[in-house]
Ligand binder design. Structure first.
Ligand code: ADE
Length: 226
């Protein structure tokens, strides 16, 4: 997970405790615990000491995931977080999506044969159709980029690849999961409507706590169902 505000309820409600701070230089932390018959390791990116904010986006997430994989060898990687949704796809603030059938990057444009498709990525996700139906969750293609806002070109690329959810980590984590052959799934609760009237940053900050509460509840229901 990227932001502590998104993770707080999950850590509390799963009864996880801090297991490890991985290095004095890197702020990545692992929370862990047994939950039913499952062992959970919750990898948190941690806070950037230079800017005093949580590390977000693709770079810290890949490093965080790598540390999780090599230390704990998980059977499944679940990326939980918040995201933007689209009014044109009927999304509302508070809706929760599971990634299906793939996640990809919308801001890696490399117009050279081979590299073009590499840039977009399109990483297959763990099949979740049945679970989504059972839990009343939406499913959709998740589109990853390193900006909270968007340009007209971002929107064009998102539409081209049928993106329904816009966020900043899933495809990067899915790349590493795919590289290691570990099943990957993302769960994202909507904080803001990308094609709506409000500014993304204001709507995101206004709804972060509300969406994180729902994210926590739905993530635990998902873990129960897996
Ligand atoms: N996280 C929450 N809302 C987002 C958005 N609109 N774009 C990228 N990441 C987000």
């Amino acid at each position: 997970m990227a932001m502590r505000d998104e993770a707080r309820n999950i850590i509390r409600d799963l009864g996880l405790t801090i297991l490890k701070k991985h290095s004095p230089k890197l702020p990545i932390e692992t929370y862990g615990g047994k939950y039913g018959d499952k062992q959970i390791w919750l990898q948190l990116n941690g806070r950037c000491p230079r800017f005093g904010v949580d590390n977000i986006g693709t770079d810290p997430s890949v490093l965080n995931t790598y540390i999780g994989i090599v230390n704990y060898e998980p059977d499944l990687i679940l990326n939980a977080g918040t995201a933007g949704g689209f009014a044109c796809a009927n999304a509302k603030v508070g809706d929760t999506y599971l990634s299906h059938p793939y996640v990809y990057h919308h801001d890696r444009r490399i117009n050279i044969p081979g590299f073009d498709e590499y840039g977009i990525g399109k990483y297959a996700c763990y099949p979740c159709g049945e679970i989504a139906k059972r839990l009343g969750l939406k499913t959709g293609v998740i589109s990853t980029g390193n900006s909270l806002d968007h340009t007209p070109l971002d929107l064009e690329i998102i539409a081209t690849h049928n993106g329904e959810v816009k966020e900043m980590e899933a495809a990067a984590i899915a790349w590493l999961a795919t590289t290691y052959g570990i099943p990957f799934l993302a769960i994202k609760t909507i904080t803001d409507i990308v094609d709506g009237p409000e500014s993304t940053e204001e709507e995101f900050l206004k709804n972060l706590n509300y969406a994180s509460k729902i994210l926590g509840e739905k993530t635990i229901e998902l873990i129960d169902a897996l």
